[in-house]
Design a protein around this ligand. Sequence first.
Ligand code: BG6
Length: 488
Amino acid sequence: MIIPVASFDFVVFGATGDLTARKLLPALYYRYRDGQIPQSSRIIGASRSNLTAEAFRDHARDALKRFVTAADLPEETLQSFLDHVDYVAVDGTGDEGWPALKAKLDERPDQVRPYYLATSPDLYGAICRNLAAHGLIGEKSRVVLEKPIGKNLKSAQAINDAVGEVFPESQIFRIDHYLGKETVQNLLSLRFANTIFERLWTSDVIDHVQITVGETVGVEGRAGYYDTSGALRDMLQNHILQLLCLTAMESPLNLDANAVRDEKLKVLRALKPITPADVHAVTVRGQYAPGAVDGKPVDGYLSELGHDSRTETFVAMKVEVQSWRWAGVPFYLRTGKRLPQKLSEIVVQFRAAPFSIFPAEAFGREPNRLVIRLQPQEGMKLEVMTKDPGPGGLRLRPTALDISFEETFKQRYPDAYERLLMDVVRGNATLFMRRDEVEAAWAWADGVLQAWAERAEPPRPYPAGSWGPTAAIALIERDGRTWHEELR
Ligand code: BG6
C-alpha cells in the first residue's frame, strides 16, 4: 500500500550532474508514478548552468529516457511528472541566484523542503551557509548529503562542523544508498522479527561472516575522483561497514533513528584497530591489470587513468568485532572493481557439525550457511545438508532453501533511492548515518590508511575479471576457510 508523503519542494544542488540523472530523477519519477508524491510538490533543479526551466525539463526528460525502462515511462505520465519540475540558476558558493530561489520557495511556504547536495563535498559548507544567509532554513527543511563525507576523520569533521553550524543533526540526512536496498532492510526483519536466527547469532554457533561487494565496472568516467579515493574509502568505509553493522549489532530498543544508530555505533567502536604490525597479515590491496570481463577484453586501471598510481581498486580484509557476541568470529570483507560478477552478499557461515554419525564417504562436511543476497536476484538462501535422493548408498549434499524475493513477491524491486528520498520527506532518519557513526567509521579506516602508508607497498595487480589478487584467497584460506561459491 502506498501512503502519500507530505507535499514538498525538493531542491537539488548539482542538478545537471550524473547522480541527478542516474538516480534522483528516476527515483522521484517512480514515486510520482506510483502516487506517492502529492500534485502540489515541486522538484527544483539548482546549479550554476544558466538554463531555463524548459531546458532543464528537456534535460530531465532525456535522463528519464536513459535510466527508466521504456515500458514504465508512458508519455502522459512522463509529461505530468515534468510539469512538476522547475529550475533556478544558483551559484551554490557565490551570491548569484539566491534571491530567485528564495522567491520561488516563498510561493509555497508550508512545503517540506529537502535540499539535496549532489555536489562535491567541498561545497557543502558554503551551500549551507548560503541557505542560512538567505533565510531558507526552517523547521520543515532538511539537508541531504551524498558521500563521500570527507577523505579521513579530519576532513569529515570539518564537513560535519560546517553543516552542523546551520542545520541541527535531526535535519541532516547523510545518505548511504546501501541502507536503502530492500535486502539490507530485510536484514533487520530477518534478525529481529524471527526467533530462529537470533538465537544462533553468536560465536558458539557462527564460525565466521563474509561480506562481498563485487563490481564488474571499472572506474568509468570517475577516474579523477576515484584515484584520490580507492576501494577502502569508496566502498568499505561506508557501504561495507554499514552491512557489517546491521549484521553484527545488538537488537535496538525500537526502530527509531537514534535507537538503531546507537547500536550500529557500538559495532563501529568495537572494531579492532588494524595496526602497521598486522596490516600485512589481515589486509590485501589490489589494482586491476588488463584482462577480460564478460568475455570482453578490458584495459587495466593504469591505462584507463593515463598515469601511474598506487590507488587500490580492490581490498580484502579480516576484521574483528571486539564484543562478547563476536569474540573469535572473523568478518572477512572484500570489494573491488572489474571482478567477474556484480554481486553483493553477506554469508553467515555456521560451525561444522561437531561429530559425524555418517560413514566417511557419505559425509560432505559442508557447514550450514545463510546467504543474504543484495544483488543480483535479491533473496536469501539457507544451505543445509540433505540426503541425495534414491535407493543407493547414503550420501549427503548441501541443498539451498531458497527465497528469491522477486519470485516470492512478484513485484518490481524499487531502487534504494526511492525509499531514501521518501524517508527524507517523511523526516525519518533511521536509514541515514548520524555524525558520530560516520566519524567512528573514519577513525577506524584512518588506522588502516595510516598502516598502509607506513608500509608503502604498491597494490598487488590482478587481472580484470578475476576475484582479486591471489593474496586475497590466501588471506582466508590460511585460516582454513574459503570464499563462498554458489552451490551448483
Ligand atoms: C558508490 C561508489 O557509492 O557505490 C561506486 O562510489 C560504486 O564506486 C557504487 O560503483 C556501487 O553501488 P551499487 O548500488 O551499484 O552496488
